[in-house]
Design a protein around this ligand. Structure first.
Ligand code: TMP
Length: 212
């Protein structure tokens, strides 16, 4: 009797500037996938629960200063420390919906003036996303969103540099979605079909690695 191997889950990443609505959308996507019978789990980077994540949390809340290179490597290490659990979940068939990943690492650190190639090197070999949903917003709408300005990096000229860097990083597995003037529900109904197709397409494909 042949036993069918479990289909793998998809690695779905949400990217964009701060306060664009990624976290809300990531949660909704996980709920909808589960409601549709697809195992799914939410993840977010930085994962502020680990020892490295706690250092990053203090840095982001501006209670600790660190060298830009060191911070970049901590963000990258924070992803690497999750790789084995991510790979296990994906191979068991759980789709991971990830709020920020490698592109955040590169776009934000390069906005401080670090070379893109240097920023990308420490993430080479991480699991490659099956789909990156890149959410965009007009600049003025961004700064009017609740909570904006509370953490490091939440400043308009910095966010514009981040946006320019993101645009340089786009790959064929990216989908750019304009979130301007869309309700949470409207945006969700635009994202869900993209995610559902990516989950179906990933089922029989091997998990690739980032080759920056
Ligand atoms: P969050 O608000 O989504 O928790 O992200 C925290 C901040 O950290 C956000 O401004 C983006 C920034 N960031 C980096 O600079 N490098 C990274 O690798 C990641 C994942 C986030």
């Amino acid at each position: 009797m042949s036993v069918k191997k479990a289909c793998r889950g998809a690695l779905i990443v949400l990217e964009g500037c701060d306060r664009v609505g990624k976290t809300t959308q990531a949660k909704l996507l996980v709920e909808s996938l589960k409601n549709n019978g697809k195992p799914a789990q939410l993840m977010n980077f930085p994962d502020r629960t680990t020892a490295i994540g706690k250092m990053l949390d203090q840095y982001l809340k501006q209670s600790q200063e660190l060298d830009d290179h060191a911070v970049h490597l901590l963000f990258s290490a924070n992803r690497w420390e999750c790789v084995s659990s991510m790979e296990k979940l994906l191979q068991e068939g759980t789709t991971l919906v990830v709020d920020r990943y490698s592109d955040s690492g590169i776009a934000f650190s390069a906005a401080k003036g670090l070379p893109v190639s240097w920023c990308a090197a420490s993430d080479s070999g991480l699991p490659r996303p099956d789909l990156v949903l890149f959410l965009t917003l007009g600049g003025t709408e961004l700064s009017s969103r609740g909570g904006y300005g509370q953490e490091r990096y939440e400043e308009d000229s910095f966010q514009q540099r981040v946006m320019r860097n993101y645009n340089e990083l786009k790959r064929d597995y990216w989908n750019v979605v304009n979130a301007d003037e869309k309700s949470v529900e409207q945006l969700h109904s635009e994202l869900l079909p993209l995610v559902t197709s990516a989950v179906a397409a990933a089922e029989d494909k091997p998990l690739l690695t980032l080759d920056w």
